[in-house]
Design a protein around this ligand. Structure first.
Ligand SMILES: Nc1ncnc2c1ncn2[C@@H]1O[C@H](COP(=O)(O)OP(=O)(O)OP(=O)(O)O)[C@@H](O)[C@H]1O
Ligand SMILES: [Mg+2]
Length: 350
């Protein structure tokens, strides 16, 4: 990389997101979609972003390469090997999008060109993006399809997207992402539209590719099963903030934010045969936004909220190495609430 002293990168994560803020200008006023997000991603690491619909997962992940619509105002820093993508020139940004950060979205069938064979779409990408000649690109396309577990390569090279299942199309999309040899793959709900058994296969594939190519991944999901199955670390988002972040095992076994605990209790457990009643998080995300910054955004919906939560915004604070939560309570109260299955309710201010 030009212009960066490698010594200065020593000990720093490949990707560092600093105080990221995204506001959309809309006819009904500004919408603050992301409110000061911070996280890091190391080479070969898988970070999951989890949270309810509207919590800012997609907007945060699109900000990494400035893929937002024109009405978005973005502040903060997105440092890739020390260089701020938010301030990069158009040509540097194109380079990042072409070769360094690739996306895999939810709907693979509509992301592919329906009128062109899968193989020729991959070949074209390799020719344009990697500057390969036809033969080389064709061989590389076959190799990429085999990396993503697509058998009988030539038959699939000649297939049109509609001839393939959703799972197969998602494998093709992952092959297209790999074609650019990216350092980071962002998978936004990449398995949500697929059957459970196919989901598991795609997640296994992503993990295998990470091991093979040391590709870092940001996996955006609603699903704690996906988090537990694939992520090294998890960041829980609420109202455009990360309210808890840490190693997956630590956060899932010992959540320190009531929202994380509530999300876990509200998630169906596919391994649990008995149909136990799920916890419902009261209220909506929208009502939380009204006083963002002057109090905890989750307080109107939090069963454990106390006076301080209504008057002081809780910063994301380190609890123990690498595990941080934005809550005025200590973890023991949250653990007791989780143990009670969400039974305890705490008095709210009048
Ligand atoms: N182009 C836009 N204009 C205005 N507001 C937007 C725009 N795109 C997103 N938003 C708002 O930004 C917030 C965050 O949206 P985002 O798509 O990141 O949520 P998400 O966590 O990915 O949700 P989901 O799980 O439903 O995909 C939401 O309140 C959304 O309405
Ligand atoms: Mg989204």
């Amino acid at each position: 990389m030009t212009g960066v002293d490698p010594e200065s990168l020593h000990g720093q994560a490949m990707l560092r997101v600093r105080d990221l803020r995204v506001t959309f200008r809309t006819v009904s006023g500004p919408v603050r979609a992301v409110n000061g997000v911070n996280f890091e991603l190391d080479r070969g690491e898988i970070l999951a972003l989890v949270g309810e619909s509207g919590s800012g997962k997609t907007v945060s992940s699109l900000s990494l390469t400035r893929l937002l619509p024109r009405n978005a105002e973005v502040e903060g820093e997105v440092l890739l090997d020390g260089r701020d993508i938010l301030k990069a020139s158009n040509s540097a940004l194109r380079e990042v999008r072409r070769n360094r950060v690739a996306y895999v979205f939810q709907d693979p069938i509509s992301s592919l060109n329906p009128a062109r064979r899968v193989g020729s779409q991959l070949v074209e990408l390799l020719r344009v993006n990697r500057g390969m000649r036809s033969n080389e690109a064709r061989n590389r396309a076959r190799e990429l399809l085999s990396h993503v577990g697509i058998p009988g390569e030539s038959r699939y090279m000649r297939a049109y997207p509609h001839e393939l299942s959703g799972g197969m199309c998602q494998r093709v999309m992952i092959a297209m992402a790999l074609a650019t040899e990216p350092e980071i793959i962002v998978a936004d709900e990449a398995t949500s539209a697929l059957d459970v058994s196919i989901q598991a296969q795609i997640l296994e594939l992503l993990q295998r590719l990470r091991d093979q190519f040391d590709t870092a991944m940001v996996v955006v999901t609603h699903d704690f099963g996906v988090v537990a199955g694939i992520a090294d670390r998890v960041a829980v988002m609420y109202g455009g903030e990360i309210i808890e972040i840490g190693a997956t095992e630590v956060v899932l076994s010992n959540p320190e934010h009531p929202y994380t605990a509530a999300l876990m209790m509200s998630a169906p457990d596919s391994s649990d045969e008995a149909t136990t009643e799920l916890f419902m998080i009261p209220g909506t995300l929208e009502e939380s936004r009204e006083h963002a910054g002057s109090r905890c955004q989750f307080s109107p919906r939090c069963p454990l909220a106390f006076d301080r939560c209504w008057s002081e915004w809780p910063k994301l604070k380190d609890r123990q190495s690498g595990h941080a939560a934005a809550c005025h309570l200590d973890g023991e109260e949250v653990a007791a609430w989780l143990d009670s299955g969400g039974e305890i309710t705490v008095s709210r201010p009048a």
